[in-house]
Design a protein around this ligand. Structure first.
Ligand code: KIV
Length: 282
């Protein structure tokens, strides 16, 4: 029997969703098995986020993530994904340095990482990079508001666009990024009313994270929404499952059964004939 398949999602899916007023879904994934599960759930797109640095590699922020890290994880995600659009984050200093670097590194994420689009952080200053990548036939997602690669300039992971000047700057950046050719725009940690307004003036979909329900779609880091992340949970994260707890319980049960000798039992064991064993014992 052939497996039932949804349609492969592309940039056209994003365009049509905005036109039809259909909400888009995006989740992060960083490996083959998780990508398969996210894809199976029918999520529209998978972001191989540079949040990888924090949730998988244990760094304090995303600044230490390298191109090699992103390519390695993007490849695994691409192998596990059939229908979702695979978007790969451009890591810190892979595009800020020059337009040339931006195009070469975006190209590597597609060619070697097998992504289908790239995402990069930043406003007006990144327009030359975005235009050049789009010109090289690589679809780009923009990312404004809280841009974690600028954490040291922002002075922490803080809500952005709260006063008039900051809000106007975000509106200007959103319009400029759309004009530069991004096919979607992530709004991170932006007040809900402002995000709703930005979404209403753009023809491309906005994807919110900590930006309220007025965005055209939502994205979350999967470890956060499944209770796998330990420690601080941002206000915008909703818990959709206690997978972290289930894992700890499973690990504890395994430890207990190994220590008391009940695992592995006969059903988890391979047999050999006594005839052969007798010969071995001599
Ligand atoms: O790296 C990431 O996971 C992201 C999302 C939080 C939007 O950029």
């Amino acid at each position: 029997m052939t497996e039932k398949r949804n349609m492969k999602n592309t940039v056209i899916t994003f365009k049509n969703a905005k036109k039809a007023g259909k909400k888009l879904t995006m989740l992060t994934a960083y490996d083959y098995s998780t990508a398969k599960l996210v894809d199976e759930a029918g999520i529209d797109s998978i972001l191989v986020g540079d949040s990888l640095g924090m949730v998988c590699l244990g760094y304090e922020d995303t600044c230490s993530v390298t191109m090699e890290d992103m390519i390695h994880h993007a490849k695994a995600v691409a192998r596990g994904t059939k229908d979702a659009l695979v978007i790969v984050d451009m890591p810190f200093m892979s595009y800020q340095t020059s337009v040339y670097d931006a195009v070469v590194n975006a190209g590597r994420l597609i060619k070697e990482g097998h992504g289908q689009a790239v995402k990069l952080e930043g406003g007006i200053d990144m327009i030359p990079q975005i235009e050049a990548i789009v010109k090289a036939s690589i679809p780009v997602v923009g990312h404004i508001g809280l841009t974690p690669q600028s954490v040291h300039v922002m002075g922490g992971f803080k809500v952005q666009g709260k006063d008039e000047a900051a809000a106007r700057k975000l509106i200007k950046a959103a319009k400029a990024l759309e004009a530069a050719g991004v096919f979607a725009l992530v709004l991170e940690c932006v007040p809900a009313d402002l995000a709703t307004y930005i979404s209403s003036i753009l023809t491309i979909p906005t994807i919110g994270i900590g930006a309220g329900a007025g965005c055209d779609g939502q994205v979350l880091v999967y470890q956060d929404m499944l209770g796998i992340s330990r420690g601080f949970t941002p206000k915008f994260v909703k818990n959709f499952g206690n997978v972290g707890e289930m894992m700890v319980e499973g690990f504890k049960q395994y430890k207990k059964e190994v220590e008391e000798g009940t695992f592995p039992s006969k059903e988890h064991t391979f047999s050999i004939s006594t005839e052969v064993m007798d010969k071995l014992y001599g």
